[in-house]
Design a protein around this ligand. Structure first.
Ligand code: PEP
Ligand code: MN
Length: 333
């Protein structure tokens, strides 16, 4: 249950009430709210008189639910880029899977900037499936991203692999990416909740929609309202494609959660050939954003080589998506 507190309730009163009723106190853009378990169905006696509105929820999908907040939350990713709210924007986040070198990242940033894209992606701490493959440049890579931000005026999105370097990533990045393998890490979720930077929370490939939404609740209840969900493919019985992009799940997230939804067709497909058409399918769903991998020379990429688009493929795809977005009342930013 969510309790919106009256404006007259002081910070001290709110804090002691939270303790008394075992609820989490969260400062939302409109003021203090208390979030108790969804099992609580009536306003606790201790809170009577201090509550302006009580919102019972069916499950622990609470702060992220449309029951609580009908409009999609608005998240500012860059001075010129907002998603959600009534913006009608679909943000494009593009760049290589991994930051590999200054030359590689600079080439990608130059290309992406040339299309007017404001959000550059690139991983520096890679959660690889094998320990014998490229693990990322670490802080050196973060510094390269910072250099691109400075040169091109773009903002950067980079992922946190584990809690050991979460503070370093948060310090450097503009958008904290929590990857599919990291989304259950409570150290990361808590650190992201303590920050105010936007968070791109990816769905684990064996994660239900409810579990994804509840992982987002850890960040929201930590006090960070700037959360976006990312569908990047789940594991099914099918092995011909890397994963299966769950567009039904996207419709569910759009219907039931108030968080912007970003789609990642690159990791879902796993192969270049399918990514442009999948991207168009995503655009037709009226989504809030896309994150797509592109590399100056995908064949020699140190991670996710098969799925990264060439610049030529990316540009053709980019142009073909704009009219589809327009047809569903959206514009690319
Ligand atoms: C990535 O974005 O490069 C990545 C590792 O994604 P995911 O966490 O979805 O596998
Ligand atoms: Mn990748």
């Amino acid at each position: 249950m969510i309790l919106r507190l009256k404006d007259s309730v002081s910070d001290i009163q709110a804090t002691s009430l939270a303790q008394a009723i075992q609820a989490i106190l969260v400062l939302e853009p409109e003021g203090w709210v208390l979030v108790a378990s969804a099992k609580v169905k009536e306003v606790p006696a201790a809170a009577a008189g201090l509550v302006k509105e009580a919102i019972p929820t069916a499950t622990d999908l609470q702060l992220a639910s449309r029951t609580y907040r009908e409009e999609t939350r608005s998240v500012q990713l860059h001075k010129d880029v907002v998603v959600g709210g009534n913006s009608g924007n679909t943000v494009m986040i593009a760049g290589p899977c991994s930051v590999e070198s200054r030359e590689q990242l600079h080439a990608a940033a130059t290309f992406v900037d040339g299309l007017g894209i404001k959000m550059l992606r690139g991983g520096c701490y890679k959660p690889r499936t094998s320990p014998y493959t490229f693990q990322g440049l670490g802080e050196e890579g973060l510094q390269l991203l910072a250099d691109m931000r400075k040169e091109f005026g773009m903002n950067v999105v980079t992922e946190v692999r584990d809690a050991t370097h979460v503070d370093t990533v948060i310090e450097y990045t503009d958008v904290i990416q929590i990857g599919a393998k990291a989304m259950y890490d409570h150290g990361i979720l808590k650190a992201a909740g303590a920050s105010r930077k936007p968070v791109l929370l990816k769905r684990g490939f064996g994660t239900t929609l409810q579990e994804l939404a509840q992982a987002a609740e850890f960040i929201l209840s930590g006090g960070n309202p700037n959360v976006m969900l990312c569908e990047r493919g789940i594991r099914t019985f099918e092995t011909k494609t890397r994963f299966t992009l769950d567009l039904c799940g996207v419709a569910w997230l759009q219907e039931h959660t108030n968080l912007p939804v970003i789609l990642d067709p690159s990791h879902a497909m796993g192969y270049r050939y399918g990514v442009p058409a999948l991207t168009r399918a995503c655009a037709a769903m009226g989504i809030d954003g896309l994150i797509i991998e592109t590399h100056p020379d995908p064949d020699v990429a140190l991670s996710d080589s098969a799925q990264q688009l060439t610049f030529k493929q990316f540009e053709e795809m980019y142009q073909s998506v704009e009219p589809i977005l327009a047809a569903v009342g959206r514009k690319m930013v």
